[in-house]
Design a protein around this ligand. Structure first.
Ligand code: FES
Length: 123
């Protein structure tokens, strides 16, 4: 896989461990990488509540817990949990991993948001 103008290399899979977080920066964006079940996800690293550095949070399954006031974000979508509504949804970014080199590439120009994510609404 070749680095393109849209997908930029930010790290290598060797920099991350299962259940781990890693803060990276592209242009002026701070991004947190998370590895869950061998897959890498990327989302905005600045908490939408008071701006905590989410790479210093805790990953519990797909939920990233903010280190300051414990908002929960789904690393797959950036969507905040319905249990922690004091924060709002964050952007998530497409990730590619080069299977040969392990390089992690992110496309920050096509940010996804949780707006399109389906929610069960079951309480
Ligand atoms: S700064 Fe993240 S929950 Fe307050």
């Amino acid at each position: 896989m070749v680095e393109t103008p849209t997908f930029q290399k930010v790290a290598n899979k060797g920099d991350l461990r299962e259940g781990g977080l890693l803060g990276v920066q592209i242009d002026s964006k701070r991004i947190v990488l998370a590895m869950v079940e061998g897959n890498v996800y990327a989302m905005n690293a600045v908490c939408s509540h008071k701006g905590a550095p989410l790479e210093e949070g805790t990953l519990m399954g797909y939920d990233l817990k903010c280190p300051w006031h414990f908002a929960l974000f789904d690393v797959r979508t950036g969507k905040v949990s319905a249990r922690t509504v004091w924060a709002t949804d964050l952007e998530s970014y497409p990730v590619q991993v080069d299977q040969t080199t392990g390089d992690i590439l992110i496309n920050v120009s096509s940010a996804g948001s949780a707006d399109s994510a389906k929610e069960s609404g079951v309480t």
